[in-house]
Write a protein that binds this ligand. Sequence first.
Ligand code: DGJ
Length: 753
Amino acid sequence: MGIRIDQDKMQAHLYTKNTSYIIDTLEGELVHSYWGKRIDLPESSPLVPIESFVSFYPNPNKLNQTYSLDVLPREYPDFGRSDYRNPSVRIRLQDGTRITKFMVQSFEIIEGKPGIEGLPSTYSENNDDVSTLKVTLKDDKTGVIVELFYSVFGEYDALTRYARYENTGCDNVELESALSANVDFYNDKDFDLVHFSGSWGRERAFNRLPVGKSTHIIESKRGSSSHMQNPLVLLTRPKTDDLQGEVYGMNLVYSGSFKAIVEVNSYDTTRLAMGINDYDFDWILTPGASFSTPEVVMTYSDEGFNGMSHIYHSLYKERLCRGPHRDQERPVLINNWEATYFQFTQEKLEAIADSAGELGIELFVLDDGWFGKRDSTLSGLGDWFVNDEKLASGLSGVADYVNKKDLAFGLWFEPEMISVDSDLYRAHPDWCLHAPGHNRTEGRNQLVLDFSRADVQDHIIHVVSEILRSHPITYVKWDMNRNMTEVNSELLTPEQQGETTHRYMLGLYRVMEAITEEFKDILFESCSGGGGRFDPGMLYYMPQTWTSDDTDAYERQFIQYGTSFAYPQITMGSHVSVSPNHQTGREASLQTRAHISMMANLGYELDLSILTEEDKEEVIRQISFYKSIRKDVQFGRLYRLLSPYGKKGTCFLIESEDQSRYYLYYFRGVKRLNYGKFTLPLKYLSEGCYTSEIIRFTEKTMVLRDPNGYEIKDTLDECVIFPSSYLNNFGYTFGYQRYDFDSTMVVFTKNES
Ligand code: DGJ
């Protein structure tokens, strides 16, 4: 595993356990030869057949008229020399032209994996099997160098890419577009495009469409990775599904506006490219200066979407998330948001904490509303000092009370925002993003702090750190509740204004690095109106994300299904909330609500102090059971067996790290009467015999009757011993659906042989 370079041919073969990625040089141009299942190379002959009928195509080499850049599978395409597809690099020169000719200079291997200055990225640890290829390209006219970095994670089967620009010339140039990665699949358009779209409350919905013969753009233009699209795109064979088939993935390690392009040319070559969105981006590169793009994590699997997800999951769990919490079980928490919203009193919080302590909860999280003059969304953001009208004994008083109940204490912040009605705004009205002569557009009644400014970054680092230093806080929820407008910074020159969004991201990353580095023991959970910034960039600093504000148990099946394509279950916060659900009005049993949350990091978000005694008993059983399985569930391997977009319900299977226990979760929709039982092959159990145990928390019984008035019994068998071959191939048979949104959870434990 690693990298092999043929310096004569200027060819590199990057290979992981199961994949190969090959690039070549053709008349000085860097071309893409192959990406897919691992192959061995023949002694001679270029991999890419370059001769085409190109008589009508402009042709860069008068002496070799058999190819045109427009049909060449290019590895990092530039602009203006006969390739009419979307470029990776477009630079505006001082003479106004944008034509560049980036030619290969060198191939070089670097041991391990260098970090990217100021940006999050995957990393290698001590004895990892990781090496990096640096390919240097140069445009002679401008003197701009582009270094393409490819890191090969052999054991993980993953490849990462980014580009670093350096201006070795004498003039300023303007980067108009600087993507992170591009792959051309030569003469191959047999793909579907899969992407994950949505909105607030319905993030990361699975979408699939044939690529056809056109261009598709998946993007966010909002200054965050967004609820609307996730920076994950897949090219997949038309028959690929969760269980089988080929899939290629690109996932951008970035939390700002991004763009992915899928474009098919007239020779049926498919181009897949990804990086910072050029919609609101340009960057002045002065002589001697450098610029690095974010990283793209690239995966190939021929074992369906599950195979691809396992690559992302392992890499992100172990080589993206950092800090002590990376390897620690996550606590069961209670968050007061849906229990009280802004209208809490100290007594109410204490009552919730009393119940939480009795139920076995481990962490109490105080959400929005504890600071400044914050009784609604109208005011207070930026004033990070306690609201003593609400909390007479201060944060310390609440924390002490909570700690006495054997609960750790966690706190909500929204550090990137400012309310117009706040002391901070009155003192620094220029600290928000704004443009002279334009209205300051509010969203959720708030403005966005200009995180591109070092003074704003320093202030936030200072005030947040002071609170964390002076209270016994073990968890922070870092929220961000609007998209950017009037993206303009008072401290940048007119020419630099196009740098503001990216400088904001660099500023945010600097702030998060400083705070998470100092407070390593605190567990940070990112949030953006739920999952509006669920991306690998955030996970580098904060190892879990609040998945969605939609806590409805049925909707969560879709959201957690889509989220799990790239992001492991340990990164997802999932809370049991009240029924009927606050967002959808839908009723679901307490058991179903717990089952869906138990496939991720279980929490509660409802007024525990008013639960009935019966519900309290059920919650106690849920929490104690979850604690007994959470290591397996949080660190285990997730398989999607049934998609919520089908008609048979949603099914997940989690395998413990040692493959001796499996957790089966099955969720159904609205009950339709008189359907038979349903058997589902489990496919993935390791060889052996398993004892099954059905997990029920509820003691409530529901009597259903057949047409003759006889009771329909719940016919699931308890504690049956099954051979794995039976479960994998014939399947597990679920009982009749008893009510709307009924769920079943079964644990399979391998018998000692
Ligand atoms: C949006 C978050 O997603 C919610 O969980 C909650 O923290 C609110 N913000 C508070 O304003």
